[in-house]
Design a protein around this ligand. Structure first.
Ligand code: BGC
Length: 755
């Protein structure tokens, strides 16, 4: 083993692993299943464990982790210990949460998904892979493909929104970008699709909460992005902290076998021991009272989990389980083989240090082309929700602008959650962005804190300070902001959430702009100056007051290191916004979960009428309509959609293909980009079906006055669903094809599809 032959020939992989495993002791095999975390530099105990062959992989620490920032040298030292000082010299998997960029930080995934741009998403993932791999990282815990339909849940920020079709396309683009064409290439990293499964359906939007759902809902909505990631070749998958239909994911043997065979399956952080608190035992409901971790580790291995992240159970308990006959040698071997296979495919046996490249790592931090790309992508992720009387774009000179709000001069929160390697000193604030893009006179006032609640500030700063409390009284700050507004032609108010108000363990009861910021906004409103609201946020926000009273609203999510420039590009017309919401924006938190993709009911209520009593649309105290629907987003130009033309009105059989087309015209005075969306409705089926489902989209660029015809192909795969026996079927009958600018404004055509 210590002679490093070229062992990349895939036909030789099995032989190579067989030979290696024949030399491994039971302890060494269990060591491969052990995934630990460690800050760098590594402490002595960890180094010893690695020397002894007790560690299969390491996950970078979250706080003060020097991956990539101090250079890859220290990480390399760890790999050297594994390769040169352990008996068999098996290299480590070196993992990290690379969620939306590494050193070059891109918009949060929810923002990225609003670009509906697969090239952008693949490019962002590729750059992240290049940077991470240059630091020696070979495995990233991304993409997160959990469908999110409840914006109270903070982790909606990490995924691609509510829709299975869009989510699946993005899952594929992410895998392509992260893993590249060849996983063994030094600039590729192994992806880890997560969290399997149903994590996004956490009841009440409370993190780590369980979900209960019908199998058909799971298969039609929550499963497709995982299948897409597997189809695109993801090397690994991570379990979910939650239980689905009563079975914790780490114990869900049936689902793991059915869906994830052939993919390296890793637990979530401490997920195996946490099954103890779930209150489950083994498959017979029994537990080792004296050592519950024993029972959990055995059950997780039997279920198919192959690597234990920070649970310490596989490495310490499975020997005993084997001796007692509760797990088999074959189960251990197959988990160990999966880990070794991943290492082999990554090229780690052939070239364990290929990914450590100081030069590349240093280059990438400041690479101007990466920054340029980040700026474009951040711009295309912004969503323009309102633009009354074409207030935007603003003139680039000759005006005075009041730039107000606790996020206007911020370089930390713009990076968003899960951006540990982003250096806030290199991030661009909105204030800086405006200075870079326009020649307007600016008056800045903070106006308010992000939040006033001290306990919340403490929680938000848990992993490092991002939120401070200004010592001034709120009234004093507001007065300063009003003075700035009164002395200006227009106000740009940059408001919203702190980065850590979304992401893991960041559920919120109230999903509006925090009260103190809304007070500021209302006070600014009273000045009578036109206001542009720019939001930073990790989830759909409830902004009914803002929608009624503020003339222009631009959602920037957490746009990453180039956020400020990208926002300024849009505000001053350097870029025409084209983002579209990937998740419905509710008008009230009481409406959630809310999705355009909801099932028909027996009393839907007419959407055009006031929702009277006895309809699903009726809340006694308000509307059940969303504030902004899925797919919504404005441009500085306007687009007109012609009629939907179907090439056939009657189709027959499995292999027939329907082509639908529509002509879209740019009817405004500017060049622009539009995401043309295609939805399918199955009005009569054997089971209740959703009112509509996205089945295709195309992003097109149209010069002012230009028109283009866009076509979509529809096959029976697009009308398939899980029937009551959970078999994929399509049923003959009428189908309505809707094409338009968002899920709520569609031109339609009907076809009949016969068997
Ligand atoms: C999260 C995962 C993440 C892991 C490692 C967990 O708390 O749920 O998404 O990959 O930590 O950081």
């Amino acid at each position: 083993m210590k002679d490093r032959r070229a062992v990349q020939d895939s036909s030789s992989m099995t032989n190579f692993i067989d030979e290696l495993m024949s030399k491994m002791s039971l302890k060494e095999k269990l060591g491969q299943l052990n995934l630990l975390t460690s800050n760098v530099p590594i402490d002595q105990n960890r180094a010893d464990e690695i020397r002894k062959g007790n560690v299969g992989g390491l996950l970078g620490g979250l706080i003060d982790c020097s991956f990539g920032i101090n250079g890859p040298a220290q990480l390399r030292t760890i790999q050297e210990i594994a390769v040169h000082e352990s008996r068999l010299g098996i290299p480590l998997l070196l993992a990290y949460d690379v969620i939306h960029g590494h050193q070059t930080v891109f918009p949060i995934p929810l923002g990225l998904s609003c670009s509906w741009d697969m090239d952008h998403i693949e490019t962002a993932a590729r750059i992240a892979a290049r940077e991470a791999s240059a630091s020696g990282i070979n495995w990233v815990f991304s993409p997160m493909v959990d469908i999110g339909r409840d914006p109270r849940w903070g982790r909606i920020a990490e995924g691609s929104g509510e829709d299975p079709h869009l989510g699946s396309q993005i899952a594929r683009a992410m895998i392509r970008g992260l893993q590249g064409k060849d996983l063994s290439s030094p600039d590729s990293v192994m992806a880890c699709v997560k969290h399997f499964a149903g994590y996004g359906a956490a009841e009440g939007g409370r993190d780590y909460n369980n979900a209960d759902m019908s199998s058909s809902r799971f298969q039609d909505i929550y499963l497709p992005p995982f299948l897409a990631a597997i189809d695109a070749g993801t090397g690994s998958a991570m379990m979910s902290f939650s239980a689905l239909n009563g079975v914790p994911s780490h114990a869900d043997r049936e689902r793991l076998e059915q869906v994830l065979s052939g993919v390296l399956k890793v637990s979530d952080f401490n997920g195996i021991p946490e099954m103890i608190a779930h209150g489950i035992g083994d498959e017979e409901g029994q537990i080792d009272e004296a050592d519950p971790l024993q029972t959990m580790s055995e059950r997780a291995l039997r279920a198919g989990v192959q690597m234990d992240m920070m649970g310490y159970g596989f490495v310490t308990r499975l020997e005993k389980a084997l001796a007692a006959g509760r797990i088999s040698q074959q189960q251990i071997d197959s988990a160990c083989r999966a880990v070794l296979k991943a290492k082999y495919k990554l090229g780690l046996f052939a070239a364990p240090f290929a990914r450590f490249d100081e030069k590349k790592a240093v280059h990438s931090i400041l690479a101007p082309d990466y920054r340029h790309t980040a700026r474009e992508i951040a711009g295309d992720s912004c969503v323009l929700l309102k633009n009354e009387n074409a207030l935007l774009p603003l003139p680039k000179s000759g005006i005075t602008v009041a730039v107000v709000g606790p996020l206007a001069d911020d370089k930390k929160n713009v990076l968003g959650p899960w951006s540990f390697q982003g250096d806030s000193r290199t991030a661009v604030s909105v204030l800086e962005g405006i200075r870079n893009v326009a020649e307007v006179k600016m008056i800045y006032a903070k106006g308010s804190n992000i939040v006033e609640d001290r306990r919340m500030v403490e929680l938000l700063n848990f992993a490092g300070p991002k939120v401070d409390i200004d010592p001034r009284e709120p009234d004093e700050m507001i007065a300063e902001a009003i003075r700035a507004a009164n002395a200006s032609d227009v106000v740009i108010a940059v408001l919203g959430e702190a980065a850590e108000m979304s992401g893991e363990s960041a559920s919120r009861l109230d999903i509006g702009i925090p009260d103190n910021q809304r007070t500021l906004l209302k006070a600014l409103g009273k000045t009578g100056k036109p206001i542009v609201l720019v939001t930073m946020n990790g989830r759909p926000l409830t902004l009914p007051w803002e929608k009624d009273h503020i003339p222009a609203i631009l959602v920037s999510w957490f746009g990453g290191m180039e956020a400020g420039n990208a926002i300024a590009d849009i505000l001053f017309g350097e870029r025409n916004p084209s983002g579209k919401l990937s998740a419905t924006w509710p008008s009230h938190v009481g409406q959630v979960p809310l999705s355009y993709y909801h099932a028909n009911t027996g009393r839907p209520g007419n959407p055009k009428e006031d929702p009277g009593k006895y309809t699903t649309r009726c809340y006694l105290d308000g509307s059940s309509d969303p504030l902004f629907p899925f797919g919504f987003g404005l441009s500085y130009t306007s687009f007109a959609y012609g009629p939907v033309e179907a090439d056939k009105t009657v189709l027959t059989g499995d292999d027939d293909v329907l082509t639908v087309s529509i002509t879209v015209t740019n009817t405004g005075g500017r060049d622009g980009t539009e995401v043309v969306q295609m939805y399918v409705t199955d009005p009569v089926a054997s089971v209740v079906r959703p009112v509509r489902m996205l089945k295709g989209f195309q992003k097109i660029r149209l010069r002012a006055g230009e028109k283009k015809t866009v076509s979509f192909s529809i096959t029976t795969r697009d009308i398939e669903f899980c029937d009551s026996r959970l078999l994929p079927v399509w049923e003959a009958g009428k189908f309505v094809i809707g094409i338009g600018t968002n899920s709520n404004e569609l031109n339609t055509a009907e076809v009949v599809w016969n068997k």
